[in-house]
Design a protein around this ligand. Sequence first.
Ligand SMILES: C[S@@+](CC[C@H](N)C(=O)[O-])C[C@H]1O[C@@H](n2cnc3c(N)ncnc32)[C@H](O)[C@@H]1O
Length: 468
Amino acid sequence: MSRPPRRPGPSRPVDAARAAALEVLRLVRTEDAYTNLVLPSVVAKAGLDTRDAAFATELASGTIRRQGTYDAILAACIDRPLRRVELAILDVLRLGCHQLLSMRVPAHAAISSTVDLARAKVGQGAAGFVNAVLRNVARQDLDAWIAAVAPQPASTGSRDARLDHLSVKHSHPRWVVDLLDLAAPDDDLDALLAADNVPPKVTLVARPGRAEVSELPGTPTPYSPYGVVLDGGDPARVPAVAEGRAGVQDEGSQLVALALAAAPVAGPDELWVDLCAGPGGKAALLAALAAERGARLLAVEQHQHRAGLVCRALGGRPAGPGVAGVVTADGTRPPVAPGSADRVLVDAPCTGLGALRRRPEARWRRSPDDLLSLVLLQRRLLASALTLVRPGGVVLYATCSPVRAETGDVVASTLRSADSVTIEDVRPLLPGVTDADGPVPDTAQLWPHRHGTDAMFLALLRRGGGMS
Ligand SMILES: C[S@@+](CC[C@H](N)C(=O)[O-])C[C@H]1O[C@@H](n2cnc3c(N)ncnc32)[C@H](O)[C@@H]1O
């Protein structure tokens, strides 16, 4: 994206789009803000036109996403450890790197406008430092820098050396690369990490019985019969979305809801439960499918605010066609009679490492310590779901993560400890989807680089026998 700074000259005003991007970096760093949530308000406050808004969006999102690569390069250009560089200056330097190395902004424009930004927002001393460092960065292109700071090891090199290289090349924390390497199919890691750096296009879902796919602008999704990939523009302006008959939903998430609904269940099929429903994307699709069959969905969500979002996703009514209610409750102890549900979805809270392409800052926010507590909760939620479901009913366990500890390992340990629970092949419930074998037999794993979806994991369990 080539875009010169507004006005060259010795005392230039700071460029509004670059200043907006810097403000987004500051909010994400100091207030734990989410890039995608703060961008619209920062852009609006700065009064940017469409072109400048697109520039600020790419500059902020891309810089945050690629900060691991840029920090490795900056470390090679600065003669003290990066941790001793003032964080406000580091933000400016990272923005400069993104313009120079990934946005094709001409070097003189990238450097002079970023130096102006440093002078205006940090101080005169910072401007000189930024100027010197960015001139150094501009000496070579991104590939040359990666080769210099994280050379690709020979094919005989160690696993550690390979992962070190990929961590810098694709700007992922090293511990995340380690877990994704253990999860990804052979030789896929490079493509998977690259896919995490490509922001996905917006995908819409036409909720069955409420909207038709033909009403939605865009290209039909390859696997979900209800999905459309939007060509561009604001999804909120699509009438069916504004009216709540359609929604924004990744195709992988659509496939999770569709797989639960497609699982064969003999006998009554009246009560479906979504045990971790917030913010309600899958609940809305499930409720629409349930309504078509005379069944009803009960949505359970632990956090009140998110339960409110589920209500909104379900059309704002506490009950109605396809909806039995929305309950704010802990899914490990839900107010639902044991053995009363015919189908249960456990879309478990997880690390979200399968949806990194969606949230630029997400990879830097998680820590390895998160995993253990999540796994314990995932096991308890799955055990709870198996108590709620009647004999012959099904539980679909899903995560938006491919990490084995929270996918196959949770399922395997549950199968070892639960009485009268069997696993069934979930892959036939994903028509047209290939190359999606999960980490344990009969499970499925979707991938951004293979299927164009988030990395959703799916396992289908059936309760057998009588009541326990
Ligand atoms: C992965 S998200 C679910 C996404 C949702 N199914 C959708 O498609 O919109 C997991 C949700 O589980 C909720 N949650 C976390 N712990 C829970 C618990 N113990 N019981 C019920 N919900 C819980 C989180 O607040 C979060 O909203």
